[in-house]
Design a protein around this ligand. Structure first.
Ligand code: FE
Length: 213
């Protein structure tokens, strides 16, 4: 079990969370998509926006940071009004892992808290095998997936004794996308992930800043 350096960054646990960093992120991401960037530019510039968001860990409300003892959870934080993109918090309990799965759309993964490991997979002769080095994501790191840069992977919490949380952005309303898992015995199984929450964080109460002005 590796020791993580204590990061020099605003820490979780503040009594009141200011959601402004997430609001600024979704506003910036919408503006980026308004320019209809090609995928390389989208992943580069969107990745920079996500890197800025996960450079601090003082904005995610606790309600969207709660693990489940049985399996990882995916909380919707924001969906674009025309479903061009969605933002989720992915909460890993100790030792939890995904099956081998795809996304079918572009995605960006930013590590907020703890750490996770992503292993890419490629199909060889009808079976899926690990492809390339596993990527270890530490707080502040960002990784991309897509059908062009590599879409099939398996991810697990690096830690078996603590919760890890990553923030993901996808090029669709990801909980409502038809996707696949790839069982060890071969073939693929369709799945639609859905979300763990029914209520979303309120990004849009900007009254305090107006009153203060
Ligand atoms: Fe994934």
């Amino acid at each position: 079990m590796p020791e993580l350096d204590t990061p020099v960054r605003p820490a979780a646990g503040a009594a009141t969370r200011d959601i402004a960093p997430l609001r600024d992120f979704v506003t910036g991401f919408g503006r980026l998509l308004d320019g209809a960037p090609d995928e390389p530019r989208l992943l580069a510039e969107g990745g920079a926006l996500l890197r800025r968001l996960v450079a601090r860990d003082d904005w995610l409300p606790d309600a969207f940071a709660q693990p489940d003892p049985e399996r990882y959870r995916q909380f919707l934080l924001h969906a674009d009004s025309t479903e061009r993109f969605s933002v989720v918090s992915f909460v890993w309990g100790p030792g939890q892992a995904t099956p081998i799965h795809d996304h079918t759309v572009w995605g960006l993964i930013g590590m907020l808290r703890g750490a996770e490991v992503s292993q890419g997979y490629a199909e060889r002769g009808g079976a899926w095998a690990p492809e390339g080095e596993a990527v270890r994501l530490l707080p502040g790191d960002v990784e991309a997936v897509s059908p062009t840069v590599g879409d099939v992977h398996r991810v697990h919490n690096l830690f078996d004794d603590r919760v890890s949380i990553s923030i993901h952005v996808y090029g669709a309303n990801i909980g409502a996308v038809r996707r696949h898992t790839y069982p060890a015995e071969g073939g693929r199984k369709a799945f639609v992930s859905g979300y763990s929450n029914t209520l979303l964080p309120n990004l849009w109460d900007r009254s305090a800043e107006l009153r203060a002005a």
